[in-house]
Ligand binder design. Structure first.
Ligand code: PHE
Length: 417
C-alpha cells in the first residue's frame, strides 16, 4: 500500500487539490454573477459549517478503511455505490482538462506574443489537441504514484502558487484605484440573500472549490499513516482554499476595473478569464509577463487538482487488481473519452445540446448540483451506514450526519418549488 512520505506531503497534495480552477477561474465569476460581496456570506457559511465537517469525515473515512472509494463503499455494505462517486469526479475532470487546454494556449500566447482571441482559438481544433495534451500530462503525473508523482509535484507547485499569488496581490494593491476595485468586489447586495438560486450556487461553488464529493479526500486519506491530526489539517486546507480565492478576487477585480472601466458590461460566464483578462494584460505595462505568470498560475492550480481527481479512479482500478500503470491508462482514456464532447463543443465542431454547449452544461448545470449530492452520498455512507464512528470530532460527525443532509435537501426542494 502506497503512503505519503509525511503529513506535510499530504497537506500539500490536499491543498493542491482544493486550490484549483474553482478558485482562480470560477470564483470571481461566481461572485460577479451572484450579486458581488453578499455572495461571500453564504459561501463562507457553507464552507465552514458544511464543507469543513464533510472534509474531516471524508479524510477520516479514508484513513480508517485504508482503501479506495469503491472498496470503501463495498466494505460498508453499499455494493457498487462507490462508482457513482468515481463518475462524479470523472465528469468534473472531463471539463477541467478542456480548460487546462485553453490555459496552455494562453501561456503560449503571452510567451510568444501571439495574437488570437478566445473566439478565434475555439473556432479551430487546436483546443481539442491541447485537451488531449492536458490529459497526457495529468495521467503522466498520476502514473508516477503517490510519493514520487502526486506528492512530489504538489510539494513544488503549491508553495510556488502561493508565493506568486501574494506577489500579484502586493503588486496590484500598490496601483492607484485599487480600493475602487476592492469595493466593487466586496460591495454587498443583500437583497440577493433570499434567493435560493444563490444558495444552490454557493453550495455548488463551495463544494467544488473544496474538492468535496469526488472521493479525493477518502482516497488521499487512505494514504495517511496512523493517527494524524485530521481536523487540524482540514482547517488548514479550508483556510488556504478560502484565502487563495479571496486573494484572486482582490487582485483581479481592481485590474479589470482599472483597465476596462465599468465592469458591468463584462462578458460573464466561463469566458471571463479567457476573453477579458487578455485585454487587461494587453493594456498593462509588462502585460505579456503578467499574462504568462497569471496563466502559469492557472496551470499549476489546474494540474494539482486534476491529478487528485484522476487518482480517485486510478486507485479504484488498483483496488480491483489492476497495476497503477494499467489503471492510469484505462481511466485516463475513459475520462478523455467522456471529455471529448465538451472539448468539441468549444472547437470548430461547436457541439451543442439544446442550443447550449456541452461544456457549459457539464460545468454549470451538472457541476453545481453534482458535487453537493455526491458529497451527500459520501456523508451518509460514512456516518449512517458505516458501523464505526469515523471521527472523534463530534461537531464534524454530527453536522455531516444530521444538519448537512437536512439543509442541502431543503435548499434543493426550495429551489424547485
Ligand atoms: N477543488 C478544485 C477546484 O477548485 C476542483 C476539484 C473538485 C478537485 C473535486 C478535486 C475534486 O478547482
Amino acid at each position: 500500500m502506497e503512503k505519503w512520505s509525511s503529513n506535510i506531503g499530504f497537506l500539500f497534495a490536499a491543498i493542491g487539490s482544493a486550490v484549483g480552477l474553482g478558485n482562480i477561474w470560477r470564483f470571481p465569476i461566481s461572485v460577479y454573477e451572484n450579486g458581488g460581496g453578499a455572495y461571500l456570506i453564504p459561501y463562507l457559511l457553507i464552507t465552514f459549517l458544511f464543507g469543513l465537517p464533510v472534509m474531516i469525515v471524508s479524510i477520516s473515512g479514508g484513513e480508517l478503511t485504508e482503501s479506495d472509494v469503491v472498496t470503501t463503499f463495498k466494505e460498508i455494505g453499499t455494493g457498487q455505490l462507490g462508482w457513482v462517486i468515481v463518475a462524479a469526479g470523472a465528469a468534473i475532470l472531463s471539463f477541467y482538462l478542456v480548460v487546462t487546454g485553453w490555459i496552455l494556449a494562453f501561456m503560449a500566447y503571452f510567451a510568444f506574443d501571439l495574437s488570437f482571441t478566445f473566439q478565434r482559438l475555439t473556432d479551430g481544433y487546436i483546443p481539442v489537441g491541447l485537451f488531449l495534451l492536458s490529459a497526457v500530462i495529468v495521467g503522466g503525473i498520476v502514473l508516477f504514484g503517490i510519493e514520487r508523482g502526486i506528492e512530489r509535484v504538489s510539494s513544488i507547485l503549491v508553495p510556488v502558487l502561493f508565493v506568486v499569488l501574494v506577489g500579484l496581490l502586493i503588486y496590484v494593491s500598490m496601483q492607484p484605484g485599487f480600493m475602487r476595485g476592492v469595493r466593487y468586489f466586496l460591495n454587498p447586495d443583500f437583497s440577493v440573500l433570499s434567493d435560493t438560486e444563490l444558495w444552490i450556487a454557493a453550495f455548488g461553488q463551495a463544494f467544488f472549490s473544496l474538492s468535496l464529493g469526488a472521493g479525493t479526500y477518502i482516497t488521499y486519506g487512505s494514504y495517511l499513516e496512523g493517527k494524524s491530526s485530521i481536523s487540524k489539517m482540514s482547517i488548514i486546507i479550508t483556510v488556504a482554499n478560502i484565502v487563495s480565492a479571496i486573494i484572486v478576487g482582490l487582485a483581479i477585480f481592481p485590474l479589470v476595473f482599472k483597465y476596462l472601466g465599468n465592469p458591468s458590461n463584462l462578458p460573464s460566464g466561463q469566458e471571463l478569464a479567457f476573453t477579458t483578462l487578455p485585454h487587461v494584460f494587453a493594456e498593462m505595462p509588462f502585460g505579456n509577463l503578467f499574462g504568462f505568470v497569471f496563466f502559469g498560475l492557472l496551470l499549476i492550480a489546474a494540474l494539482s487538482s486534476g491529478i487528485s481527481i484522476l487518482e480517485v479512479s486510478v486507485a479504484s482500478g488498483m483496488g480491483r487488481g489492476l497495476s497503477r500503470k494499467k489503471s492510469a491508462l484505462i481511466f485516463g482514456s475513459l475520462v478523455t473519452a467522456i471529455g471529448l464532447p465538451s472539448a468539441l463543443s468549444y472547437s470548430g465542431a461547436n457541439l451543442t445540446l439544446g442550443g447550449k454547449r456541452i461544456m457549459d452544461i457539464v460545468n454549470q448545470d451538472i457541476g453545481n448540483l453534482l458535487l453537493p449530492l455526491s458529497a451527500l452520498i459520501i456523508g451518509i455512507g460514512l456516518t449512517w451506514v458505516i458501523d464505526e464512528k469515523v471521527t472523534d470530532f463530534s461537531f464534524a460527525y454530527l453536522v455531516t450526519k444530521y444538519l448537512f443532509p437536512v439543509i442541502l435537501i431543503s435548499t434543493i426542494i426550495a429551489k424547485y418549488i
